[in-house]
Design a protein around this ligand. Structure first.
Ligand code: A2P
Length: 271
């Protein structure tokens, strides 16, 4: 047990469970009454691949409730970032939304997931299709230099109901442009935000953008296809089903860590 664990342990009323890290909240930022991000300390021994998720919980019960959260920070970052929805009455998020710097968050030690570079065959363009908090794993993937080594062009398409919900994504783009490690690649990344229930520069769903071809027209690229394009999808169950069907219609094949192919899918878990 390291020094940090000992300090955290002093504040817990029970032993840190086996297989769990107890980490400190470093910062919290609320975007809307439904969305917030928080950053926690990173245990020195914790390794993950950009795009993976991990189970997190709070030390507020004898048997903490854990939920799957995509890690939004890249694998090289010294802290761990999460982007979360606040579910009214949600067993975890109701408490999690109240966390403050210095509080303790529990994180299971084993990360996993398919929205990783390893699960995709090499390609020219990487499309990342996200709705709501489904942007979180892509916030990790687009901050990893490895992704820019693997693909010539990265396209992050993100739709939310309201304009304010796009705040996290816009902030990410601003940070990225000024990042000493990733900034030099910024021109390889295109961000395509859309707000579907308010007036905005773009108001279509991802499915509409793909079906009508407006996305490819705007980007000046050929329609989605298996030769050059790879895709990662993250959002609600309905969104996954519909976007997956469009990827398959375009000739892409679902991949996994064991069998890399041309697109991968993961649910944005907490809803
Ligand atoms: P819309 O406003 O047209 O429903 P939600 O909060 O319901 O998960 O929605 C987040 C975003 O995902 C919204 O922009 C919403 O569009 C969009 N969305 C919801 N369901 C689908 C779907 N089946 N396919 C594509 N986009 C979807």
């Amino acid at each position: 047990m390291g020094v940090i664990d000992m300090n955290v342990q002093a504040e817990l009323s029970y032993p840190v469970p086996e297989g769990v890290f107890a980490e400190k909240v470093v910062s919290v930022k609320h975007y809307t009454d439904r969305l917030f991000k928080f950053r926690i300390t990173r245990p020195a021994s914790f390794r993950f691949r950009s795009g993976e998720f991990v189970m997190i919980g709070l030390p507020n019960a004898e048997k903490p409730i854990y939920r799957a959260y995509s890690i939004a920070s890249p694998s090289w970052d010294e802290e761990i970032e999460f982007f979360s929805i606040k579910v009214p009455g949600g067993p975890l998020t109701e408490h999690l939304q109240k966390i403050q710097p210095g509080d303790t968050v529990l994180m299971r030690k084993k990360p996993t997931g398919t929205l990783v570079n390893d699960a995709l065959a090499p390609g020219k363009r990487l499309y990342m299709f996200a709705t709501g908090t489904g942007i979180a794993p892509f916030a990790s993937v687009i901050r990893d230099p490895e992704t820019y080594d693997k693909f010539e062009q990265l396209i992050l398409v993100h739709t939310c109901r309201e304009v304010a919900e796009l705040g996290y994504g816009h902030e990410l783009m601003d940070e990225l442009a000024n990042d000493p490690l990733i900034g030099e690649f910024a021109d390889k990344l295109t961000y395509v935000p859309s707000a579907t229930r308010e007036p905005y520069e773009r108001t279509e769903r991802i499915t509409t953008m793909i079906e009508t071809g407006s996305l490819f027209e705007e980007l000046g690229v050929p329609p989605l296809g298996p030769e050059e394009d790879r895709a990662m999808i993250c959002g609600s169950m309905d969104m996954l089903k519909d976007v997956k069907a469009l990827c398959e219609k375009a000739g892409l094949v679902e991949g996994s860590n064991a069998a890399p192919a041309t697109f991968v899918v993961e649910r944005a878990f907490v809803d």
